[in-house]
Design a protein around this ligand. Structure first.
Ligand code: CO
Length: 149
């Protein structure tokens, strides 16, 4: 296992529109992507890009709103009606090597490796095996940049 950069913090929200207004008007964010649906996960997602001084991509806030009652984040929002920090996502150079390494360490992986919101392979690790944090592992985008449009 080789830890890469903190790609994003996943934040659940009952309203992406309200959260976008918050990050824009309260936090001063100037680079926020258009929301898009991920029907398989039952979520709508958008990215708030934080700036860096190095010219590299900054860590993102991934805003996640449920699309329907079956959404993967409905349980979280039931417990946290205001929304809040849902997961953290670290990059790795190779998703299969990382998956094997976590399996060898006895960490529980939640479901198959799949294509995540950034268009790159991801998987999730059980928070009880990860210091209480739902942890997403994402292969570093090949061009080194964020998926965006
Ligand atoms: Co994520």
């Amino acid at each position: 296992m080789k830890l890469g950069r903190l790609n994003h913090i996943g934040v659940a929200t009952p309203s992406i529109a309200d959260s976008i207004a918050h990050y824009r008007d309260v936090m001063g964010a100037t680079d926020i992507s258009e929301p898009f649906d991920m029907p398989e996960q039952g979520v709508k997602v958008c990215f708030v890009n934080t700036p860096t001084s190095s010219g590299m991509d900054g860590t993102q806030i991934e805003l996640i709103e449920p699309l329907d009652e079956n959404s993967t984040i409905m349980g979280f929002l039931a417990k946290n009606p205001l929304g809040g920090q849902h997961h953290v996502c670290f990059e790795v150079p190779d998703i299969e090597i990382a998956r094997e390494a976590f399996e060898d360490m006895g960490k529980r992986i939640l479901g198959p490796t799949r294509i995540g919101a950034h268009g790159t392979p991801i998987f999730f690790l059980h928070p009880k095996d990860m210091q209480g944090m739902l942890t997403e592992i994402m292969e570093t985008p090949k061009e080194g940049g964020h998926w965006s449009n």
